[in-house]
Ligand binder design. Structure first.
Ligand SMILES: [Zn+2]
Length: 230
């Protein structure tokens, strides 16, 4: 089973990914993690990715896809030893239609395919509220939220007593701009998977447990012969 998890910053995607991995028996394929691990292991692709990132450059698709393929090979070995491992959950990859096609090819060579693409959908203004409520302490970087995780005393860090500040990129305007960019660049990818009938949308503006259950239901294979409702 290969499941791609999508959602903007503030959608709770990272939290859901952590819950889904053990629940669905999947291993994580997240590009940031792939880059860090490959660099640590010192593989040729990992060293190339690291040198690009150290220079502040984007890692090109061929390197990213090469790392994903290495991970798929490792997954194949793992699955041959551990029947509890059923596949992979992708987070942060693919980002573009070109990467999506490359993933299709890579899986096709292994007689596998993408089974589901799940979008965690949260209304844009709710995302702004979630992200713009973030406050960090000026001293230790301890993180709070004005609504969801407020400090005991307003504007003061519980842990170290330093004043809480809003980062420049967490203001409502900055958050709206960031989300605008995300939706603009992601829409072609969503359209690609929608066109293949793989895209499933879950309501991300619900309690964390409910979102997890909705995703689990969304990725379960439809029994053959069963009618689809809706
Ligand atoms: Zn603090």
């Amino acid at each position: 089973m290969h499941v791609i998890l999508m959602g903007p910053q503030g959608s709770g995607k990272g939290t859901q990914a952590e819950r889904l991995l053990p629940r669905l028996g999947l291993v994580s394929i997240a590009t940031g993690e792939l880059f860090r691990n490959a660099a640590r292991l010192g593989t040729p692709l990992g060293l190339r990715a690291k040198s690009l990132m150290d220079r502040g450059e984007l890692v090109p698709d061929d390197v990213t896809i090469g790392l994903v393929e290495e991970k798929l090979d490792a997954l194949g070995v793992l699955r041959s030893r551990d029947p509890a491992v059923l596949g992979a959950l992708y987070d942060g990859f693919p980002r573009t239609e070109a990467q999506a096609r490359a993933l299709d090819d890579a899986l096709g060579r292994r007689s596998e395919r993408v089974d589901s693409v799940v979008l965690i959908d949260v209304p844009r203004e709710r995302l702004v509220e979630r992200l713009a409520g973030r406050r960090v302490c000026a001293n230790g970087g301890h993180v709070y939220h004005t609504v969801f995780n407020p400090p005991k005393v307003e504007g003061v860090c519980d842990i170290c007593g330093a004043p809480l500040v809003q980062r420049a990129d967490d203001t409502p305007d900055a958050v709206r701009r960031r989300l605008e960019t995300y939706f603009r660049t992601t829409e072609p990818l969503l359209a690609f998977y929608r066109g293949r009938g793989l895209l499933k949308t879950v309501d991300g503006d619900a309690p964390i447990d409910e979102v997890t259950e909705a995703i689990v239901r969304a990725v379960q294979p439809v029994p053959s012969g069963a009618g689809r409702v809706g």
